[in-house]
Design a protein around this ligand. Structure first.
Ligand code: MF3
Ligand code: CO
Length: 254
């Protein structure tokens, strides 16, 4: 069942989304060679709580941390810990915040210092695939229009879509209907209508799209060890087009 949100509820989700965006910015600023993913998690959790939010992921099905931190060939759900970042690494950081009963969810793959050109292209493609998906998040379109745009952007650049993990509706719960696959055919799937809120989240790889789950039962990596990227935004479908709820909001100077 798809749960559509009122204008007031969207406003509350945008408040949660702003904390998510600011947390990702803080993590981006804190990233440097030598810092551990555990330290980044503590920085993120402290900030989220200082803003009155709670980290949605912590305790979700027993997940032990505030954020997910997935280096290099790890795609998603990496548990922050003693891993110290290296110059040239990439780190996929996924943040969820609950505020006043609503959840917002966003992720970015961040560079540690200088990364090589091929890696830069992987990150740019994943971000462009997310943007192409968001562009389709319009009244009158269907979920498959989003999926197809993400897939086309990724595959035209020569990269692979991870098919066994999908985006999702989001609201009072982190995961609501509908599922939002990162591959599909235009004109198929659930129709998009005003008040729907979905997390669009392409996960792409430089090699094969096959995945493996680690012994910790959380971290998911590419089976062939190739690099992965993950970008995600929580987006509302509105009469006036897609509204990215997890973007840093412009504020008018008083
Ligand atoms: N963005 C991820 C998702 O939508 C976050 C889940 S991580 C978990 O599924 F640890 F909370 F599971
Ligand atoms: Co998500």
């Amino acid at each position: 069942m798809i749960i559509r949100k009122s204008a007031a509820e969207l406003e509350r989700m945008a408040e949660a989304g702003e904390i998510v965006a600011q947390t990702l910015e803080l993590v981006r600023e804190s990233i440097r060679p030598g810092v551990t993913t555990g330290e980044l998690d503590r920085i993120a959790e402290e900030f989220i709580r200082s803003r009155g939010g709670s980290p949605t992921f912590k305790g979700y099905r027993g997940y032990p941390a505030a954020v997910c931190a997935s280096p290099n060939e790890m795609i998603v759900h990496g548990i922050p810990g003693p891993y110290a970042l290296d110059e040239g690494d990439v780190l996929s950081v996924d943040v969820g915040v609950t505020l006043a009963g609503f959840v917002a969810d966003s992720a970015s793959t961040l560079a540690v210092g200088e990364i090589d050109e091929a890696t830069e292209r992987l990150l740019q493609t994943c971000e462009a695939a997310l943007a192409a998906g968001i562009e389709q998040a319009r009244v009158g379109n269907r979920v498959g229009d989003i999926s197809a745009a993400v897939q086309r952007t990724t595959e035209e650049a020569g990269f692979s879509i991870v098919r066994s993990l999908v985006g999702h509706g989001v609201g009072r719960s982190m995961h609501e209907d509908p599922q939002v696959p990162n591959f599909g055919r235009p004109g198929t799937g659930a129709p998009l209508s005003t008040g729907m809120t979905i997390a669009i989240e392409p996960m792409i790889t430089a090699g094969s799209a096959d995945i493996v789950v680690a012994d910790d039962m959380w971290s998911i990596s590419t089976a062939d060890g190739s690099l992965a990227a993950h970008f995600e935004h929580t987006v509302a479908i509105t009469e006036s087009g897609p509204w990215i709820l997890t973007a840093v909001r412009a504020r008018l100077l008083q």
